[in-house]
Ligand binder design. Structure first.
Ligand code: ZN
Length: 357
């Protein structure tokens, strides 16, 4: 007799994704597509001081010129008080959509604000430093480091490469490293599937791996001052974000290399970028997996992302501590670090053999 079938799954994707030169001008179109029309509820633009000049004010003008009521709110960093301030602003004015115009932390504040207001969210990134610009999760700074909070997948993404290519190149290199790190995140996921029977989606895994491959294969042509480089990296980060939507978790894009990076955030806050840390973490975790860690190191070096502790500006001793403690960062996420993590000696040896220290 056939067993009853009870499996079900929900996947929520962005409905309208626009990437390329000058796509900011298409914002009114994008809002129409997600059902927000002029004369109805207000548009809340969450932006930063610098990003407001770069794109926030232009976005507000584009929308008000065609009849939208727009309110702009400047926020300073992704902290809960700033999120609460944005929620209060949105609630007070009855906002019907939230646009995050800025870097990762601005987009995260907008994402969480929209989630709490229960309205659509549009991601308008001004840099491509990590995959948070497209993911359903928001990273919020707390006293004990950063916390990843549940939000919604953006209803739409408007990634204007003319704007993104004006951001410091270091950010784009960090975005490359975040995408490359999917290679080890997926290996960790496969391991957890085989060892623990964790739910696994080959579709999500293939997408996440593809996002990494896009960068591994084009590392040689990604360089400063080239708008096409921003195009390649944004496309890869969007694929990465969608892989998380398919999986329903950050699994395909976040494994032991991310746990190592989150631990570094606690031990050496504000030293290196997220992408830079996970890139170096990915070199080491690929070594532990017995994979081609040199290919990861070489691609990172080619795009100009750090491959050493020195490049991150972090002391060898803190690197050892971060490696030894990393498995505590997400105890329920099974990875190559296992339940016990690395010993001090094994951590030192790992740093030495991969040339990170
Ligand atoms: Zn990441």
């Amino acid at each position: 007799m056939e067993a009853d079938f009870h499996k079900s799954k929900t996947m929520i994707f962005p409905r309208d994704v626009r990437v390329g030169h000058g796509v900011l001008a298409e914002l009114p179109d994008v809002l129409h597509d997600i059902g927000i029309v002029p004369g109805q509820r207000e548009v809340l633009i969450v932006t930063g001081g610098r990003t407001r000049k770069l794109a926030g004010d232009a976005a507000a003008k584009l929308l008000s010129d065609v009849g939208y009521h727009v309110e702009t709110l400047e926020v300073h960093g992704a902290t809960m008080p700033e999120v609460e301030r944005a929620i209060a602003a949105g609630r007070g004015r009855g906002s019907g959509v939230v646009l995050g115009v800025g870097g990762g932390s601005i987009v995260d504040v907008a994402k969480l604000t929209a989630f709490h207001l229960d309205v659509p969210h549009v991601s308008v990134p001004t840099n491509a430093a990590h995959d948070g610009i497209t993911s359903p999760r928001a990273s919020i700074k707390e006293d004990s480091g950063s916390a990843s909070k549940q939000a919604n997948t953006p209803h739409a993404i408007v990634a204007d490469t003319a704007i993104i290519s004006q951001a410091p190149y270091r950010m784009l290199a960090a975005g490359c490293a975040d995408a490359i790190s999917n290679s080890t995140a997926v290996l960790d996921w496969k391991l957890a599937h085989r060892l623990r029977g964790e739910e696994y989606s080959s579709f999500a895994a293939v997408m996440a791996e593809n996002a990494a491959d896009i960068i591994l294969q084009s590392a040689g042509v990604i360089r400063p001052g080239l708008e096409e480089s921003s195009w390649v990296v944004v496309k890869s980060l969007i694929v990465s974000g969608v892989s998380m939507s398919v999986a329903g978790s950050s699994r395909p894009a976040s494994g032991a290399e991310h746990m190592f990076s989150h631990t570094l955030d606690q031990l050496a806050p504000g030293t290196a970028y997220h992408g830079e840390q996970v890139g170096v973490g990915s070199i080491m975790m690929m070594y532990l997996h017995g994979g081609d860690w040199q290919a990861i190191r070489d691609a990172l070096a080619q795009v100009g992302a750090p491959t050493t502790a020195k490049g991150l500006g972090i002391t060898p001793e803190i690197m050892v501590q971060a490696l030894v403690r990393a498995h505590h960062n997400k105890p329920d996420r099974y990875t190559i670090l296992g339940d016990k993590g690395l010993s001090q000696d094994a951590a030192r040896e790992l740093l030495r053999v991969t040339g990170v220290v």
